[in-house]
Design a protein around this ligand. Structure first.
Ligand SMILES: NC(=O)c1ccc[n+]([C@@H]2O[C@H](COP(=O)([O-])OP(=O)(O)OC[C@H]3O[C@@H](n4cnc5c(N)ncnc54)[C@H](OP(=O)(O)O)[C@@H]3O)[C@@H](O)[C@H]2O)c1
Length: 251
């Protein structure tokens, strides 16, 4: 029994398809009802549930429904997220705070709502979809901050939840071509070869659920940049300044 947030497109939809193909019952969560209904109609073991992860009451109602109808939650994939835009000043404050609310507070709300059910369903897994931008300060600043915070939350709560039988896995994708993150800028450069597909991340989600690995980067070569950032910061910054920026916009 799995719950996937942000299941109406991109990585969340691909993950829902993959887990459903493995025979799991998947509660697919997002705001766009039509998309979820289409998915649930196509895949008999997918159940659509409309909820906004920025609304605590809606998230609590989701957890109540899962407990009532399924009595367990073995996997919670916190994937819902937005890109946000550049942070230039006062005009961008609302956008940055909204990005933090969806990308950081959203997973925290979901983990709070599902904590007891995950423990009762142990061994169980939480997979938090972060980003390479949560390990390297690149891209829209509010977005990077939201994902850095998520990495920290996963790491700290993961230590305390392990003794309850709940493994918290932090999965950090690089550039992936999706509706919300079309990677238009990167695709116009020679770096376009590194743009991956949602299915690549869905495969990695399956792998961390199976193995219980607590952190994974997809594709793994981005890890070299993370190491560089810590051991040779000036060299990393010189390279980072040349990396094409993910705009995070829907254009
Ligand atoms: N694509 C990339 O390059 C990339 C790289 C690193 C990390 N990521 C992360 O991967 C995750 C999925 O992104 P994606 O690339 O698959 O983009 P996407 O296709 O735009 O998917 C985003 C999903 O989040 C849902 N969502 C957004 N706000 C929500 C809210 N308030 N409540 C509930 N659901 C909400 C959207 O559904 P509704 O609009 O229907 O609610 C949609 O299903 C995000 O956390 C993103 O930060 C993406």
């Amino acid at each position: 029994m799995a719950v996937v947030t942000g299941a109406s497109s991109g990585i969340g939809e691909a993950t829902t398809r993959r887990l459903a193909a493995l025979g799991m019952t998947v509660v697919a969560v997002a705001r766009r009802e039509q998309r979820l209904t289409a998915l649930a109609t196509e895949l008999p073991n997918v159940v659509a549930h409309v909820a906004d992860v920025t609304d605590t009451d809606q998230v609590d109602a989701l957890a109540d429904r899962v407990r009532r109808e399924f009595g367990a939650c073995h996997v919670l994939v916190n994937n819902a997220g937005v890109g946000g835009g550049p942070f230039r000043g006062r005009d961008d404050l609302d956008d940055a705070l909204r990005t933090l609310d969806v990308n950081t507070a959203g997973p925290i709300r979901c983990m709070a709502a599902f904590a007891s059910l995950l423990e009762e369903s142990a061994p169980s897994r939480v997979v938090n979809i972060g980003s390479v931008a949560g390990k390297l300060g690149i891209g829209p600043a509010g977005y990077a901050a939201s994902k850095f915070a998520l990495v920290g939350f996963s790491e700290a709560v993961g230590l305390s939840w392990a003794s309850r039988g709940v493994t918290v896995c932090q999965l950090n994708p690089g550039f992936i071509d999706t509706e919300g993150f079309p990677q238009s800028q990167v695709k116009r450069t020679p770096a376009r070869r590194i743009v991956g597909r949602p299915e690549d991340v869905a495969r990695a989600v399956h792998e961390v659920i199976r193995s219980g690995r607590t952190e994974r980067t997809v594709p793994s070569f981005y890890r070299a940049l993370v190491v560089l950032r810590h051991v040779a910061t000036p060299v990393y910054r010189a390279i980072a300044s040349r990396i094409p920026r993910a705009s995070g916009s829907r254009d």
